[in-house]
Design a protein around this ligand. Sequence first.
Ligand code: UDP
Ligand code: MG
Length: 344
Amino acid sequence: MENASRELLNIVIPCYHEADGLPILESRLANVLNTLESQQLNVELIIVDDGSRDGTWQAIVAWAARDRRVRGIRLSRNFGHQAALTCGYDLARGDAVVCLDADLQDPPELIPDMVARWREGFDVVLAVRRRRKGESAFKLWTATLFYRTLRGLGAGYVRADSGDFRLLSRRSLNALNSLREQHRFIRGMVGWIGFNTTELFYDRDARHAGTTHYPLRKMLRLALDAMVSFSSAPLRLAYVLSGLLMLVTLGYLAYVLLVHFVWGIALVPGWASLLLAIIGFGAMNLFCLGLMGEYVGRIYEQVKHRPVYIVAASAEQPPAAVAAAAPVRLDRPQPGTPAAGELQ
Ligand code: UDP
Ligand code: MG
């Protein structure tokens, strides 16, 4: 089974209160793992228990005792899906890594297809849902609204209808792992790092056991993380408002002048100047807030500590002595040792 010369595939599975579902997951995965191993791959499952208080951890421990391909990790408390996923990604040592939900909403049978795409040379293989079974109209509608808003805010890196079911090559995983921001919206980050990306379509099934752990509260938090960490546009809202108020001020000024000088109607003394002062100062305040927003936005970009760019490949001749000693692999460049002649 295990063979050192084969490539290693990690499958990361974040679990939160999934004790009921794990046995079904295990049996569904069994066939898939056999298929993968017959395709010259070693497989290691990294199952992250995100602070469950039901029997999830016990189930993972028992599974790991039965199957040496299973590595269980328990977080000290519930950190949330994106954090559990980050933990799995950090621990993955494989040549490629797939992330899978424990509730089987993402069919594991798709993994061999993802691997095939990866072997064709793609670094990121996104599974894109074609249709969603068993999800409420509300969830579908909010998901559409969410992706539209994100795009509108200039965070166009997110592929609509792609969840966290994806394969990443070693080098794209290294790039993703180099983004160490606290509030993580991994879908967006995967889009941001770039690399050759392809898509596989699939039908999303209904959850096979338990209930969703993304109640409205967590969904809203994820949406906010996504918008705020990929766009400074909300900070500029004050600018827009100040512009609108400025227009109101000018309009009102024109009206007052018209009333007084052209139509000759007497105004209550002090009324116009008071209103103009209120609206005018309001506009000025908002303008200054917007200005502050510009600076805060830049500070925010800076403290995220994202790399300014990510190198995918480079083309250069290896030094002559080294070239004679070690032939250069052209197929899959390892991080840090770019293959000669490779330029994408
Ligand atoms: N999950 C997690 N921590 C959480 C919430 C969810 O690790 O705080 C896991 C959960 O066990 C599942 C995956 O993340 O494997 C997706 O969660 P869920 O199915 O509840 O989300 P939905 O599919 O409804 O968006
Ligand atoms: Mg689910």
